[in-house]
Design a protein around this ligand. Structure first.
Ligand code: UDP
Ligand code: MG
Length: 328
């Protein structure tokens, strides 16, 4: 039986505290999976603590470990992409460094992968750790996202997943600046499978997400995923115009029939404010998409690498696309 090469990609941002725990646990769990050889790519996403030193040490001690270190914090999405860009396994597994993603699940993912599935995602069986409000807000977000899009949105599914080589290749093709990876996973299609799991509490360190960043992520999700809000503002504008037209006819007829005693300040104010509101909302939505176009049109690289496995990286020339240099 041939050995399947699987690359584990781990984005790390200030994970100095949990990395030793990660390394103490994950390889031991994975050793039980037959017919697979695992290698690890850690991506240091501009950490401010000793994460990089930890990774340097790990990669010199262990043959299966390599690391990429960014020149600054580029975000988890970019970190995952950098891992995908360098992964050469038959499949990759994306997982967090904080052990919230139980490595025991990988055995099951591999099993489904061997049965022919391309994208096996871990689906959270509960969101108990999140509290009442966050849970409901998340549900509402998924509801909106699903309403906005043509294809099936995967609910409560995070980045913890196993991807076949062909999914990796497909994801590499998508070089958009504003990456909403979950939307990208859905977009590529292929044969998907969801397996349930319980999210473990963080093994150490602390989360970098707060309500504000989650709201940003939600907006990003919807606007990078669909044009529905733009359409909504056109529909709204159209609807309001028709209503205003009817109202105009009504006011005009009334003035004709009964005279016009110049009252109507409240109606004018109401209509004025309402229309003003609708216009502002529509402008905001257009601005949201325009900003997106602005960002994409700059065509910047999605991340810059400072160091790979102890070697300093220098981008020699912009003539050759940076993406190509990275892939060498
Ligand atoms: N992460 C990253 N860059 C960032 C923020 C987070 O690479 O800017 C990594 C982090 O090290 C962890 C994973 O993304 O491995 C998930 O982050 P976190 O645990 O903070 O998020 P949560 O589990 O609370 O959603
Ligand atoms: Mg976490």
């Amino acid at each position: 039986m041939s050995v399947d090469k699987i690359t584990i990609i781990v984005p790390c941002y200030n994970e100095e505290e949990v990395l030793p725990m990660f390394w103490a646990r994950v390889p031991r769990v994975l050793a039980d999976i037959d017919g697979c050889s695992f290698s690890y790519i850690f991506v240091n996403d501009g950490s401010h603590d000793g994460t990089l030193d930890e990774l340097r040490r790990l990669s010199t001690e262990e043959d299966s470990v390599s690391y990429i270190s960014f020149s600054r914090n580029f975000g988890k999405e970019a970190a995952m992409l950098a891992g995908l860009d360098r992964a050469d396994g038959d499949a990759v597994v994306l997982m967090d460094a904080d052990l919230q993603h139980p490595p025991e699940l990988i055995a099951e993912m591999v099993k489904w992968w061997r049965e022919g599935y391309d994208d096996i995602a871990a689906k959270r069986a509960d969101r108990a750790d999140e509290g009442f409000i966050k849970g409901h807000v998340t549900n509402f977000f998924y509801y909106c996202l699903q309403k906005c899009s043509r294809f099936e949105v995967q609910r409560n599914v995070g980045d913890f997943r196993l991807l076949d080589r062909r999914c990796v290749m497909a994801l590499r093709l998508m070089r958009e600046e504003q990456r909403y990876t979950k939307g990208l996973f859905t977009w590529i299609g292929y044969r998907k499978k969801e397996i349930p799991f319980h999210v473990a509490p963080r093994a150490g360190g602390k989360t970098t997400w707060n309500y504000f960043s989650l709201m940003n992520l939600a907006l990003e999700g919807i606007t990078s995923y669909s044009m529905a809000p733009l359409r909504l503002s056109s529909v709204l504008g159209f609807g309001v115009s028709i209503l205003s037209l009817c109202y105009m006819v009504f006011v005009f007829a009334r003035a004709m029939l009964y005279g016009d005693p110049v009252a109507g300040y409240p109606t004018i104010m109401t209509v004025l404010l309402f229309l003003g509101g609708v216009q502002l909302i529509s402008l905001g939505i257009i601005g949201e998409y325009l900003g997106r176009v602005f960002n994409e049109s700059k065509k910047r690289p999605l991340y810059l690498i400072d160091e790979i496995d102890g070697e300093r990286v220098r981008y020699e020339t912009r003539v050759e696309p940076v993406e190509k240099i990275i892939r060498k």
